[in-house]
Design a protein around this ligand. Structure first.
Ligand code: ADP
Ligand code: ZN
Length: 605
């Protein structure tokens, strides 16, 4: 599959159809492909799941010679190469997992011009031996994936990436395309500077992920809420559950497994073998739920993760966005679900206060946390809020909890006054649980011990239930009207901002707490009609079973054979001949030839 120079303008589209089986380009893909295929340099900023790979894979096929892809994600190279080979593309890799013989064979293939794409780890690429092999080869382009690794601002800094500027020095005539999903201006500027991409055209895509539905619920009994969410919307589907602490990861995974969910733990405290095994199972098997700390992250490019759940609050909107971005990379509907409560706010504030970092670090962390709390407490569209954080304007999305079921707000001025007054009267030494007991007039042992049943605020808030009061305290803390005192085990204290509220000079609007019993979550399926007949559902199951067999036989992940959305389209449309098959998204020429007859047989049954 080799290139012809000056390929016709629609050659790109033809390859997209025939090789990749996609009917059309997404977003800026076409422009980027044409620009790079014509020999231009490019910097591509696209959210996770936006379709970055095609931006260099297609030019690799359109241009003569081998495209060299630099990627830090050694664990994923094999899967990427497998997926390309399935499509009939001549792809190979060189990294530390290969023995000397395999490396030599790949180098020979490179010199002989037998490769369309070669994936390579950065430390390998800058070795004299590899550079020598490249000098002898004909190069189509360099693709530098995860380009933010060159930036010290970011969190994934790789010193080896700094040396990649030598590609430009050694091979000035070979076009380069750098790609990343990290959008902030500082990182972007550093990529341009360090990789000498000053002349490159910059393509910035919207960071919206319209297929992800954002939901943030009041934390009550988080584990059961999570289980109801999984059973209701994502039974048998792949997902990631993020927790802050290792111990909670272990416990949650064990508990979910006991409830019949196919859940595995992952955190940095496990042996590297166990981690590798769990990651491989998540990647390759259908429907594994990974319960993990954020140690599980970079390089997860499983396209059919149907949900990402947070049982603890992340540190920032960047973190939240990056973690939730691992859902729905195939473009099919996916959920970002988070349970959030007062305890989360207290915990995150404590982590900042007690961190070893500089004053500046704490200040920045506090600002970031506050932006995230704003997202949690907003009564407006979550997506509008998220995107505005990244400098984009958007209209209410219709696909987040706030749009689908607008939260009620209420005039909480009186309640806020009572709550703050209760904090004050009890000496600013108690947490929300005790304060709520006092307000609701519950004569607990502790209330008696401290004589709080004799206070004027005792029983003053009996009109609101416990849940409503929890919502009030959480929001007061999130909005800065009260703050947890970490020297005193999270006792709530007043702040400067509480004064006007106490004096009745400031109105306070709050979100109404959700009713105690959660509604069942709407069922959501990848491109799957609500009205699917039992026969269609059974057919989909058969297709999945067939795919699992193929995946096992070829020792590749199931999605490398076909994505969920392709199987769903097959079951829904039931094409009867090869022509019918060929128009389905995800079935290119090679897969049609290879799997077409078997599929038709399955579809006829
Ligand atoms: P990124 O690297 O930007 O996170 P990928 O390149 O892995 O994203 O693509 C994400 C998913 O979108 C993949 O499953 C890919 O097959 C799919 N995809 C990319 N481009 C298209 C397209 N033009 N039409 C249909 N699916 C696409
Ligand atoms: Zn919305």
């Amino acid at each position: 599959m080799s290139a012809d120079p000056g390929a016709a303008p629609d050659a790109a589209l033809r390859l997209l159809n025939e090789v990749f089986g996609h009917p059309d380009f997404r977003g800026a893909q076409r422009e980027i492909v044409e620009h790079v295929a014509a020999g231009g340099d490019a910097l591509v900023l696209m959210p996770t799941g936006g379709g970055k790979s095609l931006c260099y894979q297609l030019p690799a096929l359109l241009r003569r010679g081998t495209a060299l892809v630099v990627s830090p994600l050694i664990a994923l190279m094999q899967d990427q190469v497998d997926a390309l080979r399935q499509l009939g593309v001549r792809a190979a890799l060189i990294n530390s997992t290969l023995d000397a013989e395999a490396v030599a064979a790949t180098e020979r293939a490179l010199r002989a011009g037998e490769l369309d794409l070669l994936y390579c780890a950065p430390e390998r690429l800058v070795m004299p031996r590899m550079l020598g092999a490249l000098e002898d080869a004909r190069l189509a382009l360099f693709a530098i994936d995860e380009a933010h690794c060159v930036s010290q601002w970011g969190h994934d800094f790789r010193p080896e990436y700094l040396q990649l500027s030598l590609l430009h020095e050694r091979f000035p005539e070979v076009p380069r395309i750098a790609l990343t999903a990290t959008a902030d201006p500082q990182t972007r500027a550093e990529i341009v500077r360090r990789l000498a991409l000053g002349e490159a055209r910059v393509f910035v895509s919207s960071f919206d992920r319209p297929n992800i539905r954002y939901t943030i619920v009041d934390k009550q009994d988080a584990r059961s809420q999570l289980l109801r969410f999984i059973r209701g919307a994502h039974a048998g589907e792949a997902g990631i559950v993020y927790c802050l602490a290792r111990r909670k990861v272990e416990e949650t995974a064990a508990w979910l497994a006991a409830q019949g969910v196919n859940a595995l733990p992952y955190h940095a405290g496990m042996s590297s073998e166990a981690r590798a095994e769990h990651q491989a199972r998540f990647q390759r098997e259908d429907g594994v739920v990974m319960v993990a700390t954020i140690a599980f992250g970079m390089g997860i490019d499983k396209p059919d993760v149907r949900f990402v759940a947070h049982l603890d609050l992340p540190k920032s909107i960047e973190g939240y966005y990056q973690e939730t971005g691992r859902a729905g990379r195939d473009g099919a509907p996916a959920d970002a679900w988070m349970a959030y409560g007062l305890g989360d706010v207290v915990q995150q504030r404590r982590m900042i206060e007690q961190s070893e970092g500089s004053e500046e670090y704490r200040r920045v962390s506090t600002v970031k946390l506050e932006a995230l709390l704003g997202l949690c407490e907003t009564a407006g569209c979550r997506r509008v809020r998220l995107l505005s954080y990244f400098g984009e304007q958007a209209a209410p999305c219709g696909n987040c909890d706030a749009c689908l079921e607008p939260p009620e707000t209420w005039d909480a001025t009186e309640a806020a006054r009572k709550a703050l007054s209760c904090i004050y009267r009890t000496g600013q030494r108690f947490g929300a649980g005790h304060l709520i007991d006092v307000l609701r007039g519950r004569a607990t042992e502790r209330v008696g011990q401290w004589g709080h049943d004799g206070l004027a605020v005792f029983g003053l808030g009996a009109d609101l239930d416990e849940n409503a009061w929890r919502g009030v305290f959480r929001q007061l803390v999130a909005l800065g009207y009260a703050r947890p005192d970490h020297e005193a085990y999270g006792a709530l204290r007043l702040t400067e901002a509480s004064r006007p509220v106490l004096k009745g000079e400031q109105k306070i609007e709050l979100r109404r707490a959700a009713p105690r019993k959660a509604k069942p979550v709407a069922r959501q399926r990848a491109a799957w009609p609500e009205t699917a007949s039992p026969a269609q559902t059974a057919l989909l199951e058969r297709l999945k079973a067939w795919r699992a067999g193929q995946a096992r036989e070829q020792a590749v992940p199931a999605y490398v054979i076909f994505h969920d959305s392709t199987l769903a389209a097959l079951a829904a449309l039931r094409p009867r001949d090869l022509d019918g098959l060929s128009v389905i998204d995800g079935i290119g020429a090679r897969k049609l030839e290879r799997y077409g007859p078997q599929l038709l047989e399955l579809l006829r049954e």
